[in-house]
Design a protein around this ligand. Sequence first.
Ligand SMILES: [Zn+2]
Length: 162
Amino acid sequence: MKCPYCSFADSRVVDSRDTDSGVRRRRKCLKCAVRFTTYERFHAVTLFVIKKDERREAFSKDKLLAGLRKACEKRPLPAGAVEKVASDIESELYATGKPEILSSAIGDMVMTRLKNLDNIAYIRFASVYREFTDTDLIQEVESLNITPTPPPIGQLTLPIKT
Ligand SMILES: [Zn+2]
């Protein structure tokens, strides 16, 4: 814990007490002798996702990955690209330190990344996640400058059947 005044790296704990949300410590800088206070708080280990209907469920990277794989099915993506998107989002979520997050916020994170990765995957994901109508979809496709070669636009919403 660096001293906030002189940035010296070492301090001595002169007092420590429990509070409702964690531990409060009084410290004394070993260099400039100034006293300062630090707080240690608990962070939830499990991250909860708040769904549209306000139900909560534990965040699952596997579930996120499954959704991404579906959107990216048969797309010419580099190996590991989909897994990297899932890992990046997971790290970003935990880095917020928040115990819960809106599912729509995760959806937006996915959309941003897919848009940079693959237009078709992005459209597929967006059509499911945002429940696009055909008009929305056409507008979105046009905004991405995708030439709608066959299959027709309407079928872009469906995963390719094998
Ligand atoms: Zn100091």
